[in-house]
Ligand binder design. Structure first.
Ligand code: BDP
Length: 729
């Protein structure tokens, strides 16, 4: 009998074991693999802090009713539950003892409202106040979504082990539209995506709601992102058909409690492709009616739909110019359809033409600046951070200083199209910060790009920031564990464009890994140096667009055979026996004239032009003397070498970080840094060998001898490099 029982147990265990094993593996690998992002809620390490938090926060007063409030309750149960290793109780009356009170300003008891009067008066829009007062910690806001943002901020505060005493955080987002741009195609490929397939499972929608959608919304809301453009700017009109609108509505429903609106990319020729019209001319009454009907149809299904993002007359996409009309005609047609519903149009300024022989860097400005003031009020013109295209480093786009009557949205790229894909560790908030802190001199000194973006410089009614997402179906969402910091950092900067990259790195590290300073200090240093590092080993001293063709993976400075001249790296570096660089001063393309006088003067003068932009604006002889005293040729080689050296230092630093992170992430970063090192050398060798064919000089002694010949580097082909969506084949 006993034997039979034991045997049965044995058989049962044997049967269950694989399932149990799989379950455990899945849970552990998700946790270890970084799926939780910066929301992985670790138990508070310091026992005193833990006690302090437990005393104040385990009774939560929440008595409001909405989907957003439910989301807050859920987040607190998980977040506080895990960090305080206790169960949270939710109550509706403010007790005598310590408690956390979460209520909209209008619902606070009069006593509290009075105490917080001054602060409350300044809370606007989606902003919030967190205040410790007497025996309560209060989160208050005008709107539910403000309460949600406040809740996430408090959870972040706790995860960093910071004190509650005298706590006062009053934070109001500085921009209105804080939006991700997914370059995701309906077939689930992601243009310039390096973290797996698109997370939108179109085929299964609307019936199947992947749990990721909610986690995606949580992550975004936790940093204040309030919108998502689901589809690629190289758009398919199909997403505007009824079947897809239903799918989009299902996503919108998941995102709604988290304050996230959905937006779509609108293909300009949609009236012809899915509407059966003969034309897409924006001045044609039939076309205008088609867009009005289409927008009405969308709002019927998705009442809080955000609006359209449009790429028109750019890189072969259809647009108003196909009919001899302007960008204003196109944008206003859509904006008119959106206006009754409160929707917006984000019209991209990323335009350049192979028929235009002027410097590509000048074309968007030439096209758009004359249109300033002519767009409808619900149109924002979305401008990339630089005038070429998301290069490792670019001077700020001159349009930011030149359109006082049009809301200009910043477009940053999180996905690392030109920065080593998701293989290289590059902390992009450094790049974003450099751009946002640039001075346009539009109204004299202090006219920062950040002030253009938040609308304060010229009192714009609406403002926003867009980030091209680096998100995919990889377990850790972004491919490189550290690329999560770019998503986090983009959100933080969209909320507040004045934040420092250093603060963002600090927060992200603490939320994601640990508060141990033995980890934070050195790893933060790797992050803060990483942008300069990649610039040095890819495009030092203002070089740009010298990546290999099409996929943009690895160096290809020799490429000169593409049909469109401005797609060729040789167009950008202009190396010859006399020297290297693109002359954009008055003696060259005169692109500098698009900047305010002070800025133009700085860039024009080779002595005042920051060396980081030297070859962006000047064509200089190989023996030009740099500030260091080195010749340009030697200086170039030294920079390339320094980039490689800094990757080596990062490898060394990371090698002793094993005690602070989980095994899987430690290994992932270690291996990726290994590849980054190899590729940094590849960049150095390929570029320097190629440029040597012009300079005809030996390499500087600081530079290591190239590992292979130029022929070898030129022969490398990567037909399956990721990120090229079908329309480019
Ligand atoms: C370029 C990308 C291309 C995009 C384009 C854009 O190579 O895939 O479609 O930008 O922003 O950087 O429209």
């Amino acid at each position: 009998m006993c034997y039979v029982k034991t045997r049965r147990m044995f058989i049962l265990c044997k049967r269950l074991f694989p399932a149990l094993f799989l379950f455990l593996w899945f849970t552990v690998s998700h946790a270890q693999g970084g799926y939780e992002l910066w929301l992985n809620y670790r138990k508070t390490e310091n026992p005193e802090t833990l006690e302090h938090y437990r005393t104040h926060l385990l009774s939560v007063v929440m008595d409001e009713n909405s989907e957003t409030v439910d989301a807050i309750r859920e987040e607190l149960s998980t977040g506080l539950g895990l960090m305080l290793d206790s169960t949270v109780s939710f109550i509706s009356e403010i007790p005598e003892k310590n408690s956390l009170v979460i209520r909209k300003t209008e619902n606070l008891p009069s006593g509290l409202r009075n105490t917080l009067k001054k602060d409350i008066a300044t809370i606007e829009n989606d902003g919030f106040l967190i205040r410790a007062s007497g025996n309560t910690v209060i989160i208050t806001a005008r709107k539910d979504v403000g309460l949600l943002y406040g809740t996430f901020r408090l959870l972040h505060h706790l995860q960093q082990g910071l004190p509650l005493r005298n706590l006062r955080i009053l934070d109001i987002p500085k921009t209105d539209i804080r939006v991700l741009n997914h370059w995701d195609n309906l077939d689930r490929t992601v243009e310039r995506g390096y973290a797996g397939a698109s997370i939108w499972k179109w085929h299964r929608l609307p019936g199947y709601i992947d749990p990721r959608y909610k986690d995606y919304a949580r992550a975004n809301a936790s940093v204040g992102i309030n919108g998502t453009v689901l589809t690629n700017v190289n758009a398919s009109a199909l997403v505007l058909t009824p079947a897809y609108i239903e799918k989009v509505a299902a996503l919108a429903e998941v995102f709604r409690p988290y304050g996230i609106k959905v937006y779509l990319t609108a293909r300009f020729s949609a009236p012809m492709e899915i509407g059966g019209l003969q034309t897409a001319d924006p001045l044609d009454p039939g076309v205008r009616q088609w867009w009005r009907d289409k927008v009405d149809e969308i709002y019927k299904t998705i009442p809080d739909f955000g609006g359209f993002l449009v790429k028109a007359n750019s890189e072969g996409q259809p647009g108003p110019q196909n009919y001899g009309r302007s960008h204003v005609d196109g944008a206003n047609m859509m904006a008119e359809a959106m206006a009754p519903h409160g929707g917006i149009v984000m019209w991209r300024a990323f335009v350049y033409s192979e028929h235009d022989t002027t410097d590509r860097a000048k074309q968007a400005y030439n096209e758009f600046v004359p249109l300033d003031g002519k767009f409808m009020e619900n149109v924002l013109v979305q401008v990339k951070n630089g005038a070429i295209d998301f290069q490792p480093r670019e001077p700020f786009h001159p349009m930011f200083g030149a359109m006082p009557h049009t809301p200009l949205m910043m477009e940053f790229q999180m996905t690392q199209e030109y920065l080593g894909f998701s293989t290289h560790l590059v902390f992009l908030p450094k790049l974003y910060e450099e751009v946002l802190q640039s001075d346009t001199y539009r109204h004299g000194k202090g006219s920062l790009v950040a002030r253009v973006v938040d609308g304060t410089l010229d009192n714009k009614k609406i403002s926003g920031m867009a980030g091209v997402a680096n998100i995919g179906s990889d377990i850790n969402w972004t491919g490189h564990p550290f690329a999560q910091a770019n998503w986090y950092g983009f959100g933080r900067l969209a909320w507040d464009p004045y934040l420092s990259a250093s603060q963002i790195a600090d927060e992200w590290l603490r939320l994601t890994f640990t508060n141990d300073n033995n980890f934070i200090k050195p790893v933060k240093n790797i992050m803060l140096e990483s942008h300069e590092t990649v610039v040095d080993y890819m495009t030092p001293l203002g070089l740009h667009h010298i990546m290999d063709t099409g996929h943009h993976y690895g160096p290809g400075p020799w490429v000169g055979n593409l049909s469109r001249p401005e797609w060729n790296p040789v167009y950008y570096h202009k190396a010859d026996t006399a020297g290297i660089g693109f002359d954009r001063t008055p003696s060259g393309s005169n692109a500098t004239a698009q900047y305010a006088g002070e800025v133009a003067a700085t860039f024009n003068n080779v002595k005042t032009c920051p060396e980081k932009f030297l070859l962006w604006f000047h064509h200089l002889p190989w023996d030009y003397k740099l500030q260091s005293g080195n010749t340009l040729w030697d200086g170039l080689g030294i920079r390339y070498q320094e980039g490689v050296n800094r990757v080596r230092e990062a490898q060394k630093t990371w090698a002793v970080m094993e005690p602070y992170v989980n095994k899987q992430q430690f290994e992932e970063v270690r291996m990726l840094l290994g590849i980054q090192h190899e590729e940094a050398q590849w960049w150095r060798d390929a570029c320097m060998l190629y440029f040597q064919t012009f300079s005809k000089q030996p390499f500087p002694e600081e530079m290591e001898t190239p590992l292979h010949s130029l022929e070898y580097y030129r022969s490398l082909k990567f037909p399956y490099a990721p990120g090229i969506s079908p329309q480019w084949h």
